[in-house]
Design a protein around this ligand. Sequence first.
Ligand code: SAM
Length: 295
Amino acid sequence: MPGMMVDSYGRKVTGLRIALTSRCNLRCLYCHHEGEVEPNGEISDEMVIGVAQAAAAIGVRSLKLTGGEPLLRLGLSGLIAQMPPQMKISLTTNGIYLAEQAEDLAQAGLDRVNVSLDSLKPEVYRAITKGREGDLERVMQGLDAAAQAGLLPIKLNVVVLKQNEAEIPDIIDFCRDRGLIAQLIQLLDLDHKGLSGDIDAIEARLAAQADHIHTREMHRRKKYLLDGAEVEIVRPMDNTEFCANCNRLRVTSDGKIKPCLLRSDNLVQIDSCDCGRIEELLRQANARREPYFRI
Ligand code: SAM
C-alpha cells in the first residue's frame, strides 16, 4: 500500500492501540498502565477520530481500544461509530460494564473484545483486582452479553501469576466450553514484585499436549490447539522475536504517540486534530521505533 509505514528495522505498522482514558474501576496488583508513567488524562473524541483517520490513510487496519478501562468512557459507542470503516476495531476491557454495553458497542461497529480475567475463583479474582468493583459474576455476564452481541472471537486475557498458575488448566477448560480463545500473558514485572507465575512450564505442557501449533505473524506468537481449545501465548520479556515482529504504535490517554510499551523517553506529542498533521506525527513516531529486546 502506498504511504504505508515501515520502520528502519523493516517492521510495518499495521496496528494502533489507543488508551481512551486513564481511569479504571479496578486496581490490579500488577497493572502496567499501558506503559504510562503518570496516567492522568482523557484524550478528546476529536483527537481519537483524527488519529484513527490518519492511521487508516497510511495502512493501519487494526485498532485496539484500551485504557484505563475503556468502558468508563462516556459516549464510547458514538465514538466507535465515527471510526474509519476499513478499520477492524477491538477493545480490551475488564468486563465489569460489558453486559450493559455489548449490544450498543456491536451496533456501533465494534468487531470483537478481549476480556481480562485472571481467576475463576471469586476470592482470588477480588484479591488480584483489589477495586471494590471486582465482581466476577459481572464479568461472566459481560462474557455472555459479548457472545450474544457477536463480538467474536472473544479472547480471555489471563496474566500468568503465582496466584493463578495452578488454575490455568481450569481456565483453558472454561475457555473451551465457552468457545473463547485463552490468551496467556507473561507478566511484565516492572516493579519487581515477584508476582510472575511460571509461564515457561505452562507453555512446555501445552507444547507436549497440542494437536497443532500455529505461529501468528504478530510478535510470532504461538497458538496451541488442543482438544478443541485455542491457547495463545504472549511472551514479551527478553524475546527478540517478539520485538522483531511488533507491528504496533500506541497512543496514550493524554494524547502522545508511544512507539514502545516499555519506553517513555521517545514519545511524540499530538498537537492537532488535523488528519494531515497527525499523519506527520505518526511518521515521526515510526522513525523512533526500535525493537526493545534485540540481538
Ligand atoms: N482495563 C482494560 C483491561 O482490563 O483489559 C484495559 C487496560 S489493561 C492495562 C490491558 C491488558 O494489559 C489487560 O489484559 C491486562 O491484564 C494487561 N496487563 C496489565 N498489566 C500487565 C503487566 N504488568 N504484564 C502483563 N500484562 C499486563
